[in-house]
Ligand binder design. Sequence first.
Ligand SMILES: *Cc1c(COP(=O)(O)O)cnc(C)c1O
Length: 403
Amino acid sequence: MPNGMSHLFIPGPTNVPDAVRRAMNTPMQDHRAPDFPELTLPLFEDLKKILANETGRVFLYPSSGTGAWEAAITNTLDRGDRVLMSRFGQFSDLWVDMATRLGLDVVCVDVEWGKGVPVAQYEQHLADDPSIKAVFATHNETATGVASDIAAVRRAMDAQDSDALLFVDGVSSIASVDFRQEGWGVDLAVTGSQKGLMLPAGLSILGVSEKALEASTRTGMERCYFDFADMLKTNDAGYFPYTPPVPLLHGLRVALDLLFAEGLPEVFARHHRLAEGVRRGIAALGLELCAAGPEWYSDTVSAVWVPEDVDGAEVCRIGFDRYRTSFGAGLSRVAGKVFRIGHLGDLNEVTCLAALASAELSLADAGAKVELGAGVAAAQTYYREALAERESRSRLPRADESK
Ligand SMILES: *Cc1c(COP(=O)(O)O)cnc(C)c1O
């Protein structure tokens, strides 16, 4: 084994903090024991804080994020229901594929990769077609590093008096960037354990609004494993309808404690700061992001166009073979054209500088004309300024102290 650690900059799974890893290394225990709810009930409550879901519920399924997509659809929609979706990257594409295969009548707006949810077109569709039962939005398209404005989607729905359910894929945004299930009127919010929550894959998390819960009692497709009703029967007492992945739940406990100790606003600010430094570094290398403009920038993943004569897959291969760094490859339509730097979860400024340094090396070796050190220097300059500014802000008297 070579010395030192490997560097993981894919946008999921993300790095698992040591404390979380240690917490998962536990003897197996009885998931029907009287003390089990002491672990689970606070988890349900704390996940609601992560989602900013005050009045609804959170369900935890032993699956990757895709399982929560399926749970959300099968519990609240019927075969043949008309739904409004949009597609602008691998993950939004897969969601459309699932909805189609489950028999929904999908109205899909195709958007140029690099942009996100087309709010004005959504509003037009809602105005033209009152039969739309659900609106789907991918909050953060992980394939292109594009974030969308979910509050604006809700405003468009409200402007058309739409009664549709709002489904949001927050797998690569929730717990890393601001997310407000209640505030944005999100009926079904999907995430997974291996991104912002800094755990291995294996738990999907589904925030459900009261309205969606109510819908699940009168509609929905055939479902069994994912049935909300079975979850409800057991979850209130702190149990599951089947064997839960207990070590992951112990890991989740510690991951949530870490996020709350840092403070969610500070977690979101950190992700923004780290992302901004990476963006400045990319720009200083003369490279461009797949995201078509600042309004689409993602604070959790940057997808970078490689120069025309360079193969993005080669950048990733060199990164892995020579520099023990994993970057995200370009997926489907942008395969070979972009490589991705995941910057979410357990990382800091110096971690991101390492990502940029390794990207510079890999790009140069793959034939790109980049100036070694230019990206790192730009990010260093930004991080110094941003951290100094944060410190001076925290020294100012707070409003409540100066009274
Ligand atoms: C990771 C991811 C998913 C879910 O993938 P799983 O492999 O099933 O966990 C869904 N949507 C987005 C935007 C993602 O980033």
